[in-house]
Design a protein around this ligand. Structure first.
Ligand code: NAD
Length: 696
């Protein structure tokens, strides 16, 4: 017998307690445990009623996603069978719910004849968030318990709700104060005393006089809102089948929808993204019990675009920040920007006025390093220039207490070189935020050659604390994200030179699903930044720079949105990109000067070149050990670069297309006269393709 469920008898009530840490996910051993315990309780003549409960943390948080698609996941008894066993039990079964009761967990609870819950227990069916629908009767039982409209909202949104909200519906027969199990036993005794009939959710009818009209309205709404994702509409159709049809017919419709979603690329992408985010937190060769350094105060250097946003992350998490600038004016401007951002949140109702003041009271502006003596973590966000970084890190080395973590937000510069400016390279790490730093969820944690394990572990913990998704990168030019982006940008420039216009390239990639095409993104970020980087790199390599169209635009003072023109032009105060004949003329001149006869380029080629350039560089990054796993690159692109979620990231997309097809396309690009050497397929990619393997 599985030891995931314990049985204890209290008079005539048997309490079945599920305990499969951490959250009672419904893996094979728990399913067996419930079935066995139920049999025992039903066979015991002393037992007149049964309470099924979990831990304080969770009744059950749902299916065990790690068993998806594995033999264990399919092993009998499956969840639907266990739920049917509960519902068929000849003795009354009372679900006693605390903590999370989600997905399969709520479906399990709905198999009970009655339910009691703590007021703050979280009830929800979040399957839609991984591109699925509740596949164990949830779409049929929930409308029977709370009505069509409420059930549909809950299933299509996937959002959990507090049990107290359902008090008085058959979903939550009683909200219990204090001791949940004692309350459940008392409820069970009452059921026995009154000889209440067993209420099986499947036998109830969904009554709604306006059901058809409501469903039609919901179809239009959900259809319009769920572009690229089939799950919300399939959820709706499954719920619709609970109305006016038998339970069996409804379950059949649910099953069909579930299986078709399970096989859909969108759900695969969402499940991949979900698991990839968890995997990114695990660092090879870093013991999980590495002792962390305490971070109770932070220093930020530079109150510009990044420093301000970085500061806000810590203030939001209740960690005080000392913010350093060179001049009073820059400091005032930086602080005013932070305040304005908070006030904007207040206007949207996301913050109360006193919260704005509380947060502002936690940041101390300064023009000197005195306040840095005691901080636990410093993040440098000054100009992207090695000389400036050197001065800053030498000063930090002299000022900061031993053990303080010294981090740089540099986008491209070498963390090992920066660490070398101090006598404590083990304390130096890259913390690469994305703009706007208070909004974007991605954080690249850059592990230098000498970064100490506890500094790395602490960086990951801090990321979690400030609600970022951290991905570990090794040291290389641009780390994971920007290094891949450089190839993507070069592919876009190549397409521009060869015959496409910015609006065609952006349009094709946006149709593919990118949040913003590369030229719109360039105009937003500022074309001067890339220009400066290219000039620096050319100077470092001692080669003469061959100006591209991007350089020509920057030379002409067209830096993008901030100057009113770049690849596109912008009307004052507006952000809509307007195709610009001036740019087109510059591109035409460039082609003429370089002897290029423009050719017609298909949207398909634009997407292949752009996305496969990302994939190919990603493969090199993996091969060099800069990233631990392919899914880390997907996490980067989904959370920092606007890659479409329904495609699961560039590396999963490559797997979906088929690696041999990616290699074939790359070879075709590489074979063209004058093609850049970077189009040669990466050896790892070729190997995987030849072995019939995938990245993930
Ligand atoms: P920014 O020019 O907006 O801000 C830099 C600030 O640092 C300025 O306010 C400047 O006065 C201040 N500063 C310069 N030298 C200083 C010194 N010695 N002491 C104190 N303050 C000093 O630049 P940014 O965009 O915020 O970029 C900062 C860093 O973040 C760079 O390394 C950049 O590569 C990196 N980064 C930028 C982005 C982005 O999208 N802007 C994204 C990720 C990382």
């Amino acid at each position: 017998m599985s030891n995931t469920v314990s049985i204890s008898n209290h008079g005539s009530v048997a309490v079945l307690r599920m305990d499969r840490p951490p959250v009672n996910s419904l893996g094979y051993d728990l399913r067996v445990g419930i079935a066995d315990a139920l049999d025992v309780a039903n066979a015991d003549p002393a037992v007149k009623a049964i309470v099924l409960t979990g831990t304080t943390r969770a009744f059950s948080a749902g299916a065990d996603v790690t068993e998806f698609g594995t033999p264990k996941g399919a092993k009998e008894p499956n969840l639907r069978v266990v739920i049917a066993m509960l519902e068929d039990s000849p003795k009354p079964v009372i679900g006693a719910i605390a903590g999370q009761c989600l997905g399969g967990g709520l479906e399990l609870a709905m198999g009970c004849h009655f339910r009691v819950a703590l007021a703050d227990a979280q009830l929800g069916l979040p399957e839609v968030k991984i591109g699925l629908l509740p596949g164990a009767g949830g779409t049929q039982r929930l409308p029977r318990l709370i009505g069509l409209e409420a059930a549909l909202n809950m299933i299509v949104s996937g959002a959990p709700m507090a049990a107290a909200k359902f008090a008085g519906t058959p979903l939550v027969d009683k909200v219990v104060d204090g001791d949940l199990v004692a309350g459940a036993i008392a409820f069970a005794e009452d059921v026995i005393a009154k000889n209440l009939p067993l209420r099986r959710a499947r036998d109830l009818k969904v009554k709604d006089p306006q059901g058809e009209a409501f469903l039609q309205f919901a179809r239009n709404m959900v259809g319009a809102m769920s572009k690229n994702f089939p799950a919300p509409l399939k959820c709706l159709e499954a719920v619709a089948a609970s109305y006016g049809q038998s339970f069996e017919q409804g379950v059949a419709a649910e099953r069909e929808g579930f299986l078709s979603l399970m096989a859909s690329p969108e759900s695969k992408a969402l499940r991949h993204a979900f698991l990839a985010e968890r995997a990114a937190a695990k660092i090879p060769n870093l013991p999980a019990d590495t002792a962390l350094r305490s971070v109770a105060s932070v220093g930020v250097i530079g109150a510009g675009t990044m420093g301000g946003g970085i500061t806000m992350n810590f203030l939001n998490a209740g960690i005080p920040v000392v913010l350093l600038e060179m001049k009073q004016e820059a400091l005032d401007k930086g602080l005013a920007t932070i305040r304005r951002n908070y006030e904007n949140s207040m206007k949207k109702g996301k913050l109360k006025p006193e919260q704005v003041e509380q947060r502002m009271a936690m940041v101390t502006g300064t023009l000197g390093y005195d306040g840095f003596k005691d901080v636990d973590l410093v993040i440098e966000a000054v100009f992207e220039n090695m000389d400036v970084k050197q001065t800053v890190f030498e000063t930090l080395d002299a000022v900061c207490k031993p053990g303080a973590i010294l981090a740089s937000n540099t986008s491209y510069l070498n963390i090992d070189t920066i660490a070398g400016f101090t006598k404590r390279p083990q304390d130096v790490v890259g913390l690469h935020f994305f703009s706007p730093a208070n909004v974007m969820r991605l954080l690249e944690v850059v592990r230098g050659a000498k970064t100490a394990p506890d500094v790395l572990a602490t960086s990951m913990a801090i990321a979690k604390k400030i609600k970022k998704i951290a991905v570990v990168s090794g040291v290389c030019d641009g780390f994971i994200g920007n290094r891949m982006l450089a190839r993507y940008g070069a592919a876009a420039q190549g397409l521009l030179n060869a015959g496409a216009l910015p609006q065609q390239i952006d349009g094709a990639l946006q149709k593919f699903g990118m949040a913003m095409g590369p030229f719109r993104m360039g105009d937003l970020a500022g074309l001067d930044i890339g220009w400066a980087t290219r000039k620096r790199k050319a100077a470092e390599a001692g080669v003469e720079m061959k100006p591209s169209v991007a350089d020509k635009l920057a030379e002409a003072g067209r830096y993008g949105q901030k100057t009113g023109s770049g690849y596109y032009r912008y009307e004052a105060g507006k952000r809509d990109p307007i195709p610009d004949p001036v740019t087109e003329a510059m591109i035409t001149d460039y082609r003429a000067a370089n002897g290029i006869t423009p050719r017609k380029i298909s949207d398909n080629e634009v997407v292949e070149r752009g996305i496969f350039a990302l994939v190919n560089e990603g493969a090199r990054i993996l091969e060099e050990g800069i990233a631990a796993r392919a899914s880390d690159l997907d996490v980067c692109y989904l959370n920092g670069y606007g890659f479409p979620l329904h495609r699961g990231g560039p590396m999963l997309y490559a797997d979906t297309v088929g690696l041999p097809n990616v290699v074939r396309a790359l070879r075709r690009f590489a074979a063209e006269p004058g093609a850049d050497a970077s189009w040669q397929p990466a050896p790892l990619l070729v190997r995987l393709a030849e072995d019939g393997k995938t990245f993930n």
